[in-house]
Design a protein around this ligand. Sequence first.
Ligand code: SF4
Ligand code: SF4
Length: 658
Amino acid sequence: MNSERKFFFKKSNYKNLPEYLFLFLSVAIPLIIAQFLLEKPQNRYIHIENFRYGKDPSAIYCNRGDTLHITFSSRDTGHSFFLQEFDIDAKIGPGNNQFLKFKASDPQVEPVIEDTLVLIAQHPGILNYFISKSNFRCHVWCGPMHAFEHGKLIIGPNNLLLSGLGFLFGLFGIGIKRFKNGERFFAETKIDTEENAVDILERFPWLRTLIKKSWFQPLIIAVAGLILYIVLLTTIFGTQMSGRNLGVMLIWTVWLFLVISIFTPWGGRIWCLACPLPAAGEFIQRGAITRVRIGSTMGYRNKFFGLNKEWPEKLKNGWPRLFFFLLTGTLSTTFVANPRATGIAILVLIIVSTVMALVWKLRSFCQYICPINTFLSLYGKMGKLALRKSDPQTCAKCKPVFCQKGSNGGWACPYGLNVNEIDTNFDCGMCTECIRSCHYNNVTFKWRNFGSETQIRDTSMAWASMALFVVVCAYTILYLGHWAPIRDYVNILDKANYGLFAIYTVVLWSSALLFFPIVMLGISALSKKIAAIPENTFHILKSLSAALLPLGLFIWLAFIIQMLFTNISFVGQSLSDPFGWGWNLLGLAGTPWVQLLPRFIPWMQVLAVLTGFIYSFRNLRHVLQNITQKRQQAFSGLIPMAVFLWLISSVFIWFYAN
Ligand code: SF4
Ligand code: SF4
């Protein structure tokens, strides 16, 4: 056997062969059984009633090869049955059971009038075996919540669902076995240590030279600020039809996708480097944009303008911003469906951050109020990029503490941090100021392993982790689910359901702050009991909440993938006609609505859930080892949370695949 083959057939690989076989069988057995249980193709007759904002029935279940005979009616106004995977866009009017059948791919083709839509439930070629779920939507603007009018077509056997659940079961089994034996799980790397992280600024010295320029951050903020200015103009003065409004598309589709899928997992809190929201306040507070003013304010070596008051001690935690995050999350449907509401919310954030900069010192708004920061600070802990000291000895000997107190090269840390003490991405806004202010060039960016922070410092952090999880569950059900009656609970726009909205608000807030924490407390109590862990239950709860972070982030990812991929062509259209005033700047204004890879969206979502599960499962073991050093105790203690992660991942796989 040559050396290359030896590399691939290492002894450890043979050792793991039974596990791989178990994983393979977990997927293969249900898949094979399902193919044998497949019924013969049959005719199915379905009538779909369309209404603001849903379809009844909203879920069609059939088998591969079935012939569907679908008729339509409308309860209120014009709607459509848009099913891109089958190239169908059936336009339905009220009081008329006939419909106009367009080709979804080319709306210019003359439509045909029909009274029954006939389609065979199968996908072309090999896709027939892989694609089970399609979403049918409405492509006639029928009101402010039109974008959420959809249903689903499930073609059995649902191979994605079976293989997703099978894979999850296999992973769970292997994980439990490995944990029992004190072995590492998949994707195992060094956690809570950055000793193998790459020092980016040492490797790329030109990057340090660039960051050291006093215009570095202002320039990035200026670019982001210009985009934000366009968002404000279009949301406030442009069309109030969300899908045609550039501002809404840029914020709720593009920016949210970038923050969730790229900035945070790769860059930690790198968005804060570019964020224009606190810029005006900060520039006024500093009395400069690029210049560093030397002076003495509140013990800092820079001259600040304003009252520079200390933020109240009792509020120096994550609770205020968690409150504002939940408030924003509660109103999210209104923001998405009403462009002007988005614009006004952004203006409010800018005004509040500016006023706060004049009253309280440094970036009090970012530290304690910013709702976005609830997401960024916690999930930023998963990020690969981290701002850290280069050499601990240099920091230990540093008396002037330039990073925290400022220097002639850079301003005092806007978040009040001493780089020597930073061991988490939670607090640092990655503004790069300390890279400029440190006279010893001892501040750097490090590139570390994904998801390698598991420390939860205080109660507000633990609660934020649970609240973020509850909010993404709520969004998934509200926006991606096919249950129209649930969406009525957030419709305070055209239906003015204020009573239902009050119920929704109470349910969301109590789930985030009370019920879900109670479930987690129960899990912690169970861990304590079965493993006889001496730590108190509340401490175990705080630690266990860290295991929610990777799965939570990947569920956010699964959520935003569908939002972006479904609406991607509206981004192009609204770039061409930003205000919806009939412009056609890029020639894209009249392009047909095309979703990006609609057949594969459920696959990507299931993959995201599986990946999140792997990282959460991996971190769970580490969390338990931090609580107790005894292997058997750690193993017994992790079982309740492991089962919980498995169950919750199963529910999400079921949701996305089915
Ligand atoms: S904390 Fe909020 S306002 Fe401050 S920079 Fe980050 S996202 Fe922007
Ligand atoms: S530690 Fe450095 S990069 Fe982080 S917020 Fe403070 S000055 Fe900015």
